[in-house]
Design a protein around this ligand. Structure first.
Ligand code: SF4
Length: 355
């Protein structure tokens, strides 16, 4: 049965596989970089980042020797920056422990920073041709439907059963292609909600198709809704500089943002709060729009205010007044891109949009 599934899926993959820059090469480092970038990110977005990254860091050693800021800067706009930091940390580990060559077995791979069970499986199967599973969200969906797993896949024993079922499907020949085919099937055919079973090469072998309950699978753990947090972003100008700080919090750690005061402050409330929290005396406070950014567990709803302080006024502890050139060299998260636009417009002597 599993042989037939592998043959059908590989035949489908041979006809439908997308040509992507990280396919058809046997380089574990490139698989590692691409699989790390592809987590939570669309293929179309990843392609240009992947090419830029590999041009700059063609080997594990080149990545290991680079300063972290440069690695994070190249990641700018891709989000989930801890991926970049862990990849860099992992490259240093591989350079020091394995002379720059990624180990071949899954257990050693999993000990490297930034390599979880999925990425270890992807590297071992794609680059080293080992018949091991690489279970991501797509694979969970396909295998739970195919094998008819109707229990909550968040329960460890169910998850283990699903991984075992995925492992049994993998052929000794072309295990990497098989894993990639499973991922492609999950993203293009066996999609969340209503899958396109009429186009599926595995229809005749699928338990959920036969039972007519594919739409109900997989049974996923209930997620907590993301927490909505309101912030007032203070774009504080001093001459031709704007006030920023490097985040020390785990979310967007090390990235540069503008002062963010909790809550949606009105023009009447803002001066006192800015004096109290930033120890600055702001003048000409002007509304500059609203922005929203959705993270996995949080949603930021931001009110933007521009203001200025006397030139020469000292930046509060932990903050710096930066010029336009300095800001361009810092890594600023997409979450505050609306604020960056307001700052740039002002530097170009345009008036910020009024609310
Ligand atoms: Fe998914 Fe339908 Fe194919 Fe089953 S038949 S694997 S539910 S697309």
């Amino acid at each position: 049965m599993s042989d037939q599934i592998a043959a059908l899926l590989l035949a489908w993959y041979d006809r439908h596989a997308r040509t992507l820059p990280w396919r058809g090469i046997n380089d574990p480092y490139r698989t590692w970089v691409s699989e790390t970038m592809l987590q939570q990110t669309r293929v179309e977005t990843v392609i240009s980042y992947y090419e830029r990254f590999l041009n700059r860091f063609p080997t594990v050693t080149a990545l290991a020797e680079a300063p972290e800021e440069e690695v994070v800067k190249l990641w700018e706009g891709l989000g989930y920056y801890s991926r970049a930091r862990n990849l860099h940390k992992g490259a240093k580990q591989v350079a020091e422990t394995y002379g720059g060559l990624l180990p071949t077995d899954v257990d050693s791979l999993r000990k490297i920073s930034g390599i979880g069970p999925y990425t270890a499986g992807a590297i071992a199967s794609i680059a080293y041709r080992q018949p091991v599973p690489a279970v991501d969200g797509n694979v969970i969906r396909v295998v739970s439907r195919l094998a008819g797993i109707r229990e909550n896949v968040g329960i460890p024993s169910v998850r283990r059963a699903l991984e075992a079922a995925a492992g049994l499907l993998i052929p000794a020949e072309r295990p990497g292609d098989f894993n990639q085919a499973l991922m492609d099937l999950g993203s293009a055919v066996c999609t969340p909600g209503t899958p396109a079973c009429e186009r599926c090469p595995l229809q005749a072998k699928c338990d959920a198709y036969a039972a007519g309950d594919a739409e109900d699978l997989p049974v996923l753990p209930r997620k907590n809704p993301p927490k909505v947090i309101e912030y007032t972003l203070c774009l504080v100008f001093s001459g031709d500089r704007v006030l920023m700080r490097q985040r020390s919090e785990s979310l967007l750690h090390g990235l540069w943002v503008f002062p963010m005061l909790e809550g949606k402050l009105s023009l009447r409330q803002a001066p006192a709060q800015i004096r109290k929290q930033l120890r600055l005396v702001p003048e000409e406070i002007v509304p500059a729009g609203e922005a929203r950014h959705v993270f996995t567990h949080q949603i930021w709803e931001m009110t933007l205010l521009t203001m200025q302080v006397q030139e020469g006024e000292k930046a509060p502890a932990g903050y710096r007044f930066v010029t336009g050139d300095e800001m361009a060299s810092l890594t600023v998260p997409t979450a505050v891109k609306a604020a960056v636009k307001v700052v740039r417009d002002r530097w170009q002597k345009k008036l910020p949009e009024q609310v």
